[in-house]
Design a protein around this ligand. Structure first.
Ligand code: ADP
Ligand code: MG
Length: 253
C-alpha cells in the first residue's frame, strides 16, 4: 500500500439503472495534490464523483475504490463522509421544512461538535450566507447562493478529500470568487486534497491547482497544467487529449 495515495480507483465499472456508464476506469490521486478534471458533457464526470461519495443508484459492478488505503467500495455515503470525503453537488436539491441552520448543525454533529463556534460564523459570513440561516435550504436560492451553501456545508465537515462538481456553472462571478477563495484557503490550511470538475473552466481563474486531467471514454488522460489543457481543449477539442496518454504513466507507475 502506498501511503501517499489518498484516492485509488482500480478498474472501476459503474452502472446506472442497468446502463454501463464507466468502464474499467483507473485513477490515483496523491495526498495534498489537488486535481482539476475536465471532460465533455456526458463523459461520466458526475458519475465518477457520485460513485466516489457512494450515491446508492451508482452501482459498482466491477473494480474497487480505496480511500487512504481502505476499501470503501461498498460503504454507505455516511461512512465515507465520516472517513473524510465530502462533496458539493452539481444540482443541490431544495428541501422544504429544513433550514440552512439545521443542515449546518447536522454537519457539525457529524464532526462531534454541537454548537456553532466563532470560526463557523466567520465562514458563514465570508460566504455571504448570514442572512440565509433561517431560510429553507435552497428554496428560492439563486444559482450562486445554492453553490455557496453547498460549499459551506462541505467545508464544515472538514474533509480530507473535497469533491466539487461543476461549481462554476450557473454561478455569478462574485459567488465563484468567494467559493474559490474559501476552498483554496481550506485546502492550504488543512492539507486536504480536492478533485474539481469543471466544464467551462472559469474556476481556473480563481483557484490555483497545478494539475489537471481529462476523462474521455472511461480513461483518464493527460496530467498537465490546467490552463494549458483548457487552452488546448478550447482550440482543438478533447480528441487531442488522447494523444497525451503516455503522461498517465507519470502517476500510475
Ligand atoms: P458528465 O457529468 O460528464 O456530463 P454524467 O456522469 O452526468 O456525465 O453522465 C454520463 C452518462 O450517463 C451520460 O450519457 C448520461 O446520459 C448517463 N446518465 C446519467 N444519469 C443517468 C441515469 N439516471 N440513467 C441513465 N443514464 C444516465
Ligand atoms: Mg456532470
Amino acid at each position: 500500500m502506498n501511503n501517499n495515495i489518498i484516492l485509488d480507483i482500480q478498474n472501476l465499472t459503474v452502472e446506472i439503472d442497468g446502463k454501463e456508464i464507466l468502464h474499467n476506469l483507473n485513477l490515483r490521486i496523491p495526498k495534498s495534490e489537488s486535481y482539476v478534471l475536465f471532460g465533455p458533457n456526458g463523459s461520466g464526470k458526475s458519475t465518477l464523483i457520485n460513485t466516489i461519495i457512494g450515491i446508492p443508484n451508482y452501482k459498482v459492478v466491477k473494480g474497487k475504490i480505496f480511500f487512504e488505503g481502505k476499501d470503501i467500495t461498498n460503504l454507505p455515503v455516511d461512512e465515507r463522509i465520516k472517513l473524510g470525503i465530502s462533496m458539493a453537488f452539481q444540482n443541490p436539491p431544495e428541501i422544504k421544512g429544513v433550514k440552512l441552520l439545521d443542515i449546518i448543525k447536522f454537519c457539525l454533529k457529524k464532526k462531534n461538535e454541537e454548537n456553532l463556534e466563532p470560526e463557523h460564523y466567520e465562514l458563514i459570513e465570508k460566504l455571504n450566507l448570514t442572512s440565509f440561516l433561517e431560510r429553507n435550504i435552497n428554496v428560492g436560492f439563486s444559482g450562486g447562493e445554492r453553490k455557496r451553501s453547498e460549499v459551506l456545508q462541505m467545508l464544515l465537515l472538514r474533509p480530507k478529500l473535497v469533491l466539487l462538481d461543476e461549481i462554476d456553472s450557473g454561478v455569478d462571478i462574485v459567488s465563484l470568487r468567494l467559493i474559490a477563495q474559501e476552498v483554496q484557503r481550506y485546502i492550504e490550511e488543512s492539507g486536504a486534497t480536492a478533485l474539481i470538475i469543471t466544464h467551462q473552466g472559469e474556476i481556473l481563474n480563481h483557484i490555483f491547482i497545478k494539475r489537471a486531467c481529462v476523462l474521455l471514454d472511461s480513461t483518464i488522460y493527460c496530467y498537465a497544467d490546467p490552463q494549458e489543457i483548457f487552452k488546448t481543449i478550447k482550440q482543438v477539442g478533447f480528441e487531442k487529449c488522447v494523444e497525451c496518454q503516455k503522461r498517465v504513466c507519470e502517476i500510475d507507475g
